[in-house]
Ligand binder design. Sequence first.
Ligand code: HEM
Ligand code: SF4
Ligand code: SF4
Length: 434
Amino acid sequence: MAKQMIETPLLDQLESGPWPSFVTGLKRLAKEKDMMVDLLGQLETSYRTRKGYWKGGTVGVFGYGGGVIPRFTELKDENDQPLFPDAAEFHTLRVQPPAGMHYTSDLLRWMCDVWDKYGSGLIAFHGQSGDIMFQGIKTENVQAAFDELNEHGFDLGGAGPALRTSMSCVGAARCEMSCYDEARALRTVINNNLDDMHRPALPYKFKFKFSGCPNDCVNAIQRSDMATIGTWRDNIQVNEGLVQEWVAKHGKTELVNQVINMCPTKAIRLVPKDQVAKGDGYSVAAVDAQDCMEIDNHNCVRCMHCLNVIPGGLLPGKDKGVTILVGGKGVLKIGATMGTVIIPFMKLESDEDFEKLNELARNILDFFAENALEHERTGEMIDRIGLVNFLEGIGLDVDPHMILEPRSNPYVRTDGWDEEVAKWNERKAAAKAG
Ligand code: HEM
Ligand code: SF4
Ligand code: SF4
């Protein structure tokens, strides 16, 4: 290190807690990189004055309108010279992860070497942006760093008012809860809309996220404009042996208290063997010589609780598919919103199914591009124009499954009931016929 380390009493405090601190990592990099010494200087100043000192600007690479987040320092002396010159430019390259998000250790080492050569050495993998964030590079090195990554097949991600890089959970690659091929869904939607990522022309950002089951490990429902969540429509699968192992280990009391009583819709019962319900729609596991656990699948809302508590003993059904929600996002204009269901269930297995998903995604993106105001996310647009208008705009029928709280909402409109029922039946019959 050529540069003398700067005193950082406030940042140092962040290292005193029980968890590993990012400050320790930054200090380690600062031993070799003057840029990181000055970055710590600017950060410490921010902690002292409680102000941010980065401003944007225009930095890019040939052929792209986005993907680089420019950061220039505003901490300057009376002669307009930066107080921390080595970190005066600290841009970020957003780079899309490989399909499926698996890496070899060689590839990871190579990425670190590239970033050591051109940038600060600081990399963040797959945050909520979904990108590999190569953080800290001067303007003059940006093109060369991108070229080297690009020659190895890596592409820039999204930034600004554009389609953003997607996230999917690890899903089918490793997780027994997975209900569809998350990686394929992600790549289908993103690869077909890359133009909207690389040439920002939308009213504001737009995110697709994909979770393989309702556990929603990537927070798709809260954090994406269109969330695709795996689910199933038949019965929860039972592995009786594993249920019994669980009960043997934890006891029946815990089964009652932690599983049965926790079901939000009271769909699970403990019943004596001779009183088990007959017919379709029930999943049954004998828990010991006397009693059975019985799940009434018609009342199950796929909350995942019982499946999570008894790993392997209970698993998603066999008739799998996805639920699609739109309009989730962080704060901004109307506060945080969760996604609203627009497709209660669709299969996602055949080429045609994936094409249908692709078309829906494109329709929603187009509708957003044409109807949202500047700086307005999908959720806010829907809030402003109304869900019914949005559904009409993208050509979807209203469906009773879209009611947010079917079991607790006391407001039921019965005017025109018979006509609506007739229309509903007609639509159902037409769907069945066609
Ligand atoms: C197999 C299970 C899980 C997987 C694969 C998973 C995966 C992830 C991923 C990829 C992120 C984003 C990380 C980032 O932004 O850098 C995340 C964030 C998060 N996860 Fe999980 N997660 C799992 C289970 C859980 C559980 C059980 C909880 C809570 C009890 C949880 C709570 C959170 C929270 C609070 C965040 C931070 C969200 C934010 O950025 O604000 N996760 N998880
Ligand atoms: S969302 Fe479901 S399928 Fe995906 S990793 Fe989480 S638990 Fe597994
Ligand atoms: S997954 Fe279904 S049966 Fe299990 S706890 Fe949730 S609602 Fe109840």
